[in-house]
Ligand binder design. Structure first.
Ligand SMILES: [Zn+2]
Length: 265
């Protein structure tokens, strides 16, 4: 079972810089885009400052805030997009980290208004579940946190219409990996659907097994991707053969019994 443990201030600031580098090097953000935060107490977080590239941050740039949005420590201003982070922490007590980025392929789905939910990969079902598109909201306004609120409790990743993606988790590595998985899944889906023009979907039983697996990992969020009820494996032919075999044996036995008793067929 997952053990809840808050990062220390030192760990949180250092880890945010490390994850910032990965987010930048992976091309999940351009220029000063994106923001990252980590919870260090029930009502306090460390987050990235406004106007700084995520690839070139140092721990002294970080901002400490309470969940009401008040700055407690740090010389910089937080990003205006921190509002959606604060909303996630308030709605989901088990969340200890939030990552916001603009990964280009997943964001293209957000621009197209297409949910990332096609069940084509077991990893995507286990790690992401279904990723809905939250309605468009004007950046930096309260509309942004309001647009994601309906999805916070049941999901841990959401696409922001015409904007980007938001992932959250029980620690920063989990939240970041969800962003990485999201972009990877969006890439595979794009290749299979739009280049190969064929994407075989997992059936309802396969999805249900994967969701059971996810539950056993202690992950209760993510939602269940939709499945096509007609996309079921063909009934096993072995059972059909077994029935025919049984009938043949019964008929043969009756004929033999009949002959042994001197009857004629
Ligand atoms: Zn953004």
């Amino acid at each position: 079972m997952y053990q809840k443990k808050y990062y220390s201030d030192f760990e949180a600031k250092k880890l945010i810089c490390e994850i910032g580098k990965r987010v930048y090097q992976k091309n999940f953000v351009a220029a000063n885009d994106g923001n990252i935060s980590v919870r260090v107490g029930s009502n306090t977080i460390w987050t990235t400052p406004t106007g700084v590239s995520k690839g070139f941050m140092t721990p002294d740039m970080m901002v400490k805030m309470d969940l009401d949005g008040k700055v407690i420590a740090g010389k910089n201003k937080p990003s205006s997009e921190v509002k959606m982070h604060l909303r996630v922490y308030r709605e989901s007590p088990e969340t200890n980290a939030v990552v916001h980025a603009h990964p280009p392929i997943a964001t293209s789905y957000a621009i197209a208004g297409i949910n990332l939910e096609k069940p084509v990969s077991p990893e995507a079902v286990v790690l992401l579940g279904r990723v809905p598109v939250a309605p468009y909201a004007t950046p930096s306004t309260e509309e942004v946190p309001d647009s994601i609120t309906p999805f916070i409790k049941d999901h841990h990743a959401v696409l922001l219409a015409n904007h980007g993606a938001l992932t959250w988790g029980r620690d920063l590595i989990e939240a970041y990996y969800r962003m990485e998985s999201l972009e990877h899944y969006a890439l595979m889906l794009t290749y299979s659907t739009n280049i190969l023009n064929k994407a075989n979907e997992l059936n309802c039983n396969q999805i249900s097994d994967l969701v059971d697996m996810r539950n056993k990992m202690g992950i209760k969020t993510g939602g269940v991707p939709p499945c096509d009820i007609s996309n079921q494996p063909a009934p096993a032919t072995a059972s059909k053969e077994a029935i025919i075999q049984e009938i043949v044996e019964k008929v043969t036995k009756r004929v033999l019994d009949h002959l042994q008793q001197g009857g004629r067929v």
